[in-house]
Write a protein that binds this ligand. Structure first.
Ligand code: AQP
Length: 333
């Protein structure tokens, strides 16, 4: 049986990168209990989060996911910390994964920056928890943005080593689903850096909650080069900022970079940015209106998440209990 799992950290307001690289690809994958989408608050605290803000952002992220098209009646939508099976399996995986494997993870290097000694242990073992998130459900398909590819390879290595060490064929191989022209949306200030919800510069990203004026201003200020747009995608090589903006327009209009350039090639960025901002506002306004409606009734969002957690635990508990038996843990009752 195929089962889809993916997660998103409530570490800020979801960005256009989260939307195009992940969330919108989740919507057509909804398939009842065979599709799980998780707000991963335990991952979020691997870097400092203000507790009140974290709780608020967790609910806001859930509302954003629903507003983008996830329907709690057509998939399992829940919060990671509400299902203890994730942390239980993560501990086992901490003992299966090798330090050398984690040392190769580029996201840790990027996020810890120069102060590696000062980074949390949680940030270092983040990929083990992510492997547990997926394997706790025997999920087989994981739709993510391009930046998560290395973590999914590690999740497969962990599963393979677990199966080998305990002489079983218990955890399946997972398949990363990395989709589309916008698998990696880049910062508006630096076309070589990915757009991130926790980037210190708000100007580097489009938040799903940005109003029309803010979107227009951010796009107008987005870094570009002095050349006009080329007439085909090949001409975007070595022009990361131009490639990013063209990729964004292609993604939100369900088109391709070549088709966008067939229409806009030869134009300067001034005119192109106006078209892009307009298309973004048209895409984001209905999502924002729906988010606002949902957040006017926070108890209803919380109830949907509680229901999701119940369903998720119903799948994960027996799988993680079996993993614990394989390891040799005595039953608790
Ligand atoms: N810039 C991006 N382009 C395409 N996809 C992206 N994703 C994130 N940024 C981009 C995808 O969004 C999903 C959820 O990501 P996450 O919140 O779990 O963690 P992240 O990848 O670390 O995202 P951020 O926005 O950069 O968060 P912070 O700033 O907190 O670290 C994933 O599938 C990811 O690939």
């Amino acid at each position: 049986m195929q089962r889809v799992f993916s997660g998103i950290q409530p570490s800020g307001i979801p960005t256009l990168g989260n939307y195009l690289g992940a969330i919108r690809n989740w919507v057509p994958m909804q398939n009842g209990d065979a599709s799980l989408f998780c707000v991963v608050d335990q991952h979020a605290i691997t870097v400092w989060q203000d507790p009140k803000e974290l709780a608020r952002q967790t609910r806001e992220m859930a509302a954003a996911l629903i507003a983008c098209g996830l329907d709690p009646e057509r998939c399992i939508l829940f919060v990671q910390s509400h299902v203890p099976a994730h942390a239980r399996l993560a501990w086992i995986f901490n003992c299966v994964a090798r330090i050398g494997w984690l040392n190769r993870m580029t996201q840790f290097k990027d996020k810890a920056g120069k102060d590696r000694e000062g980074a949390s242990v949680g940030l270092y073992v983040y990929p083990n928890l992510m492997a547990a998130d997926i394997h706790a459900y025997h999920a087989t398909q994981v739709p993510v943005g391009d930046d998560q590819k290395q973590h999914l390879e590690l999740a497969n290595d962990i599963a393979q080593k677990f199966n080998h060490d305990y002489g079983v064929d218990f955890f399946p191989t997972i398949e990363p689903l990395i989709q589309g022209v916008a698998a990696r949306v880049m910062s508006l200030r630096d076309g070589t850096k990915k757009m991130s919800k926790s980037d210190p510069s708000d100007q580097s990203r489009i938040n799903l909650t940005d109003d029309a004026d803010t979107v227009a201003l951010k796009i107008r200020r987005a870094k570009t080069d002095p050349e006009p747009l080329p007439s085909e995608a090949r001409g975007l090589e070595a022009r990361p900022e131009a490639r990013n903006l063209v990729g964004i327009l292609a993604a939100i209009t369900d088109s391709t970079a070549d088709a966008v350039l067939a229409e806009h090639g030869g134009k300067g960025f001034g005119a192109f940015k106006e078209v892009l901002a307009e298309a973004l506002v048209a895409k984001l306004s209905p999502i924002q209106a729906e988010m606002k409606r949902l957040l006017d009734d926070p108890a209803a969002v919380d109830a949907a998440l509680r229901q999701g957690a119940g369903k998720a635990a119903g799948i994960a508990d027996p799988i993680v209990r079996r993993a614990e038996e394989l390891v040799g843990f005595l039953p608790a009752r």
